[in-house]
Write a protein that binds this ligand. Structure first.
Ligand code: GTP
Ligand code: MG
Length: 198
């Protein structure tokens, strides 16, 4: 898919203030610092459309980006960032949960996972929660430029083993790097496919 335009639309913590739910929408979620905002920039072919940071906890709101004037990429705050105060975390969780459960034009959610890590409890729990709520999702492994292919395959296999303890089949899986551009075309093609078929 060719990206002809990418523009920031709005940030907010109120689901009702999100853009009218008239266009297909794709959300990016995952642990703080996993690379959500960076991947959105890589997909959109822009350096600083979404704000990124070396420190976790950068994205704190629901951010809508309009792509090709036809669909939205949505950058969400990360979960599992220990330094956020408990009350603030609860508030985030509530609005993210409300967003995921009620957003009627949300085609799918991309759950980002650090490809360098073994399966993490918090991510497995989040995927279970999506399953319980019948929310479709894909697993998107990030930062593949930081490890060898052998290590990557080992970590992917560990994730598959862990997932297949609870799931009958695997969701779609993508391996990506915002630095090398790995997985960019595959993700964009997948988005295009969903837009064309849903
Ligand atoms: P929060 O908004 O805090 O939840 O984080 P985020 O998931 O949006 O992460 P962000 O995109 O801000 O990236 C976090 C850090 O990881 C930054 O220092 C990025 O430069 C780095 N990073 C993100 N993606 C990649 C990648 O594919 N490869 C490498 N080497 N670094 C990456
Ligand atoms: Mg971010």
């Amino acid at each position: 898919m060719l990206i002809r335009s990418a523009e920031f639309v709005i940030s907010n913590s109120d689901v009702r203030k999100c853009p009218a739910p008239t266009l297909p929408e794709f959300a990016f979620i995952g642990r703080s610092n996993v690379g959500k905002s960076s991947l959105i920039n890589a997909l959109a072919n822009q350096k600083s459309l979404a704000k990124t940071s070396g420190k976790p906890g950068k994205t704190q709101l629901i951010n809508h980006f309009l792509i090709n004037k036809k669909w939205y990429l949505v950058d969400l705050p990360g979960y599992g960032y220990a330094k956020t105060s408990k009350s603030k975390r609860k508030k985030w969780e509530a609005f993210i949960e409300e967003y995921l459960l009620t957003r009627e034009n949300l085609y799918t959610t991309f759950i980002l996972l650090d490809s360098r890590l073994e399966p993490q409890k918090i991510d497995l729990e989040f995927m279970s929660w999506c399953g319980e709520n019948q929310l479709p999702f894909s697993m998107v492994f990030t930062k593949t430029d930081k490890l060898s292919n052998v290590e990557l395959q080992k970590n992917l296999a560990a994730y598959k083993r862990e997932m297949l303890k609870y799931w009958e089949e695997m969701p779609p899986m993508f391996t990506t790097s915002s630095v090398s551009g790995q997985g960019r075309e595959e993700l964009l093609n997948y988005i295009q496919e969903l837009i064309d078929t849903v």
